[in-house]
Ligand binder design. Structure first.
Ligand code: GAR
Length: 223
């Protein structure tokens, strides 16, 4: 079974969704460790309570990004994971780090990339008046919030939305698409060709897994 290290910075709800999918048997991967750059982050306590090894690599203890990245990479490598999963990890990672984990480094971003890279994506979506917003799981490449797209989740933007209501609706979609992306990867079904992700057919048909090409999943609106 493939193993992953999950990197978080705070709440860790995407990590929680991944652990839930593992617990219910729908995601056959092992979480070797959860690593956080902020001591005291809520997600760390949750991971520890779930019996997952946790580590802190506090970015404030390093003189520059290269030193932080090197320590973080060494910490990850101790667990020899097959995949590295950025789940609300709020530090920009340098080219050397990204290259070291190339092809096995995943990120979730709260917009329909390539729209709205960077921060404050929900605010930007509201300011632009888009009618559809969402989230993206992609392979990480050196260019920030770019990289081959594995799956996207789309939600409507509703009259009266503010950043909080829109973020909550997108988060529901995030919690669906990250386990889905990792499920495809765990089954060796993802291939990157010319910068685009192709979904290979399943080795054995599994009705629980969406058999379509990397899909636009429309999540229900938050209650
Ligand atoms: C999520 O919305 C995730 O997409 C976003 O941070 C939030 C973390 O929530 N990530 C980024 O903005 C990365 N640039 P979580 O800690 O509850 O998973």
């Amino acid at each position: 079974m493939k193993s992953i290290v999950i990197l978080i910075s705070g709440r860790g709800s995407n990590m929680h969704a991944i652990l839930d999918a593992i617990a219910d048997g729908s995601l056959p991967v092992k979480v070797a460790a959860v690593i956080c750059n902020r001591p005291g982050a809520a997600g760390l306590a949750f991971a520890a309570a779930a019996g997952v090894a946790t580590r802190v690599v506090d970015h404030r203890e390093f003189a520059d990004r290269a030193a932080f990245d090197a320590k973080l990479a060494a910490c990850i490598d101790e667990f020899s994971p097959d995949g590295v999963v950025l789940a609300g990890f709020m530090r920009i990672l340098g080219d050397d780090f990204v290259r070291h984990f190339a092809g096995r480094l995943f990120n979730i971003h709260p917009s329909l990339l390539p729209a709205f890279p960077g921060l404050h994506t929900h605010r930007s979506a509201l300011a632009e008046g888009v009618r559809v917003h969402g989230c993206t799981v992609h392979f990480v490449t050196p260019k920030l919030d770019h990289g081959p797209i594995i799956v996207q989740g789309a939600v409507p933007v509703l009259d009266g939305d503010d950043e909080d209501t829109l973020a909550a609706r997108v988060l529901v979609a995030e919690h669906r698409i990250y386990p889905q992306a990792l499920r495809w990867w765990a089954a060796d079904r993802l291939r990157v060709e010319d910068g685009r992700v192709r979904l290979l057919p399943p080795a054995t048909p599994d009705p629980a897994v969406n058999a379509a090409a990397p899909a636009l999943l429309i999540a229900p609106a938050a209650a």
